[in-house]
Design a protein around this ligand. Sequence first.
Ligand SMILES: [Fe+2]
Length: 272
Amino acid sequence: MKYYDKGDTLPADYRKALIHLLSFQADSEYAGAQRVGENLCFAPRPEEAYRLAKKTMEEYGHAFYLWTVLEDLGIDVKPRLAELRDHPENPDPARVNVINGFRRSYWRDQFQCWEDVAMMSCVATPGAVIFLGQYTKCSYLPWARASERIAREEVGHMGFGLWAVKRAIEFGGSQAWERLQRRVPKFLAMGMGMYGRPSLAGETQSANFERYYDMGLKILRPEACQAQYLELVRKRIQEAGLEWVDDVQPDYDQRMGYAMDDQELDSRLAAE
Ligand SMILES: [Fe+2]
């Protein structure tokens, strides 16, 4: 695998793919920070509010680190921030690349109480830790370095989730446990949806995935992400004192807009 660092001349195809993937993550991190910040309205105690505010700040940081990498590639990121800032309700997909999961229309249905907030970080965030963690080994070194920092903070967010679930049980007893346990399938589905569809036997991933994989811009196949996520999340659920639920189907709706569809992706790459 060939590695590139800041200022290196990049092959045209590689540069296009890199900018597409980076802008998806950067724009989505910012939208994610906006959504996490909105969840402060559910914080039940001062310490919960404080810790969620810290997580919100770190999510804005992830957008900041990645937009800095994009700026070094000659991309003007100011219009991207302006679009998200001025149209948080529904940013224009022609101007920013935001995964469906961080659009307000999707998010509102998923988050209606503090138990949802706690379970997201405890059960779904491990999916993001695995999926985004792969970029620490990617072939574009400035992205790999930013990802190291992001990965450390995301591990902290998993810790926040475990803490929040345990505290909810500590203060709310068996009723709180019931409310949390009822939410295990929903957030498992969300976590499983974060890394995309594993290919079935005899099938191959999309042409775009193979291209990214060859370029070193994707390191893990969805099958590998799934195996690592399931191992990690089983431990987290156990540590939280909750019970595993079998046969949960992944929620891929949250990835809509992630453009894994070849036709959609080709048209986006042509536009950038
Ligand atoms: Fe993040």
